[in-house]
Design a protein around this ligand. Structure first.
Ligand code: HAM
Length: 407
């Protein structure tokens, strides 16, 4: 046996049923809001993340799967979608609005535990080319709606504004002064960050008590960024999305400005682990070479964590299992199975005629809501059916099986 690598998962039935619900809901939701599909490379130039996500971030510094390929280039398994999507937008012309939805595996070399994997999955929405607060509201609204749709309980949105670069210039000095004054009490990690990335100290869990009295970006916004934040809040209020302002929320990636947010659920044990997060990232385009600003906002939600928080059972995976009473009826049964599938029913069968007992056993394992037996009744235009939930058996007309299923 060669076991799977630490921090990776095989997502197989029956657990994969919830994944299918999530991915379908994401697909429906993004189509409904006008987001097109983006299929992105898993491998990108290492430089894209170093410049886009930020060389000093934990993701880039400690967690990337980076190697030199056979052509001597430094490449990285993507740790997130956003930098790659902005690169693709710029490479394809970089004009106008692009709204895209992406999903797939990401790679971060983390200390594996529940909800913290080395290969994990994200569903991701990016809204590029729009600077208005409406875009921020739409992204947050969609994130919330997705979690509600798939049955995640107790969702809260934490919302903050970290201002623009200009707002931060003055604020950063203020924060540094404060942190230097309490440096002796800070953790070694936080102390290291005072000079290179003081904002990150704000959401340090171990330093929470000390930074509770630190100045926060929200109190130092310029008039434009303050108006933007007020518009985001008004939009969320109007959409009926519950949120809390979290003045110490900063994100772990360097490309953000203005709006940042994270989503949490009461169902996910580690209360501090977010189900998703995102924000506005207007600086990212220029960080990776754009000649003009690319206003943009987006979100990524962690599928592994969402699935762990989904309460509702996945429900029956098949509508009907077709059992065949005799070898001679296989062709009839095959045609009927095809007709049922064409009509949109989820149908399976063994494709052969072992004993009915064996077929019922397979049907039971298949998770079908009902079983129909193609037997002697077929000649009279009927099949025997069994409701697998109640155990009830009856005979129905072949053309009425669809109605029986959805009764
Ligand atoms: P992020 O906060 O790094 O943001 O990741 C988003 C979500 O991915 C997290 O809230 C979490 O649910 C999930 N996640 C992250 N790391 C892991 C892990 N090791 N194991 C399991 N789940 C994990 C981003 O990735 C940004 N690109 C989001 C964004 C999109 N911002 C703008 N557009």
């Amino acid at each position: 046996m060669i076991p799977r690598l630490k921090g990776t998962d095989d997502i197989l039935p029956p657990d994969s049923a919830k994944w299918r619900i999530l991915l379908r809901a994401f697909d429906d939701l993004s189509a409904k809001y006008g987001y097109d599909l983006a299929l992105m490379p898993v491998l990108e130039s290492t430089e894209l993340f170093a410049r886009g996500v930020g060389a000093g971030t934990e993701v880039v510094e400690k967690q990337m799967y980076t190697f030199v390929d056979r052509g001597g280039r430094s490449v990285t398994l993507r740790p997130e979608f956003t930098a790659g999507i902005v690169r693709a937008y710029l490479e394809s012309g970089g004009n106008g609005v692009m709204k895209v939805a992406a999903s797939g595996p990401q790679f971060r070399y983390e200390q594996p535990q529940k909800g913290r994997r080395r290969q994990f999955y994200q569903v991701d929405l990016e809204y590029l080319g729009e600077q208005g607060a409406r875009a921020d509201v739409e992204i947050i609204e969609m994130s919330y709606e997705l979690l509600v749709t798939v049955g995640v309980p107790g969702i809260t949105v934490h919302l903050n504004s970290i201002g623009d670069a200009a707002d931060r210039l003055a604020y950063r000095e203020l924060l540094r002064d404060f942190l230097r004054s309490v440096a002796a009490e800070l953790s070694a990690d936080a102390r290291k960050r005072i000079e290179d990335n003081p904002l990150r100290v704000l959401d340090s869990k171990i330093d929470a008590d000390i930074v509770a009295s630190a100045p926060v970006p929200l109190d130092h916004l310029g008039s434009e960024t303050a108006a933007h934040f007020a518009a985001v809040r008004a939009g969320l209020d109007e959409a009926g999305i519950p949120y809390e302002v979290a003045p110490r929320l900063v994100r772990g990636l360097d490309y953000y400005n203005r709006t940042v947010f994270e989503l949490f659920s009461t169902a996910f044990e580690a209360a501090q682990s977010s189900l998703g997060g995102g924000g506005r990232y207007d600086p990212l385009g220029e960080l990776i070479g754009a000649k003009h600003p690319v206003p943009a906002v987006g979100v990524a939600l962690g599928c592994d964590r969402i699935v762990a928080a989904m309460l509702a059972p996945a429900g029956p995976r098949l509508d009907l299992f077709v059992a065949v009473a005799a070898e001679a009826r296989i062709v009839e049964a095959a045609r009927w199975v095809r007709r049922l599938r064409e009509a949109g029913h989820r149908v399976d069968w063994t494709g052969s005629a072992p004993s009915l007992k064996a077929q019922f056993k397979t049907a039971d394992r298949s998770g079908a809501r009902g079983v129909a037996v193609v037997g002697d009744e077929w000649d009279g235009g009927e099949v025997r059916v069994k409701d697998m939930t109640t155990g009830e058996e009856t005979t129905v007309r072949i053309e009425e099986v669809g109605e029986w299923l959805h009764r």
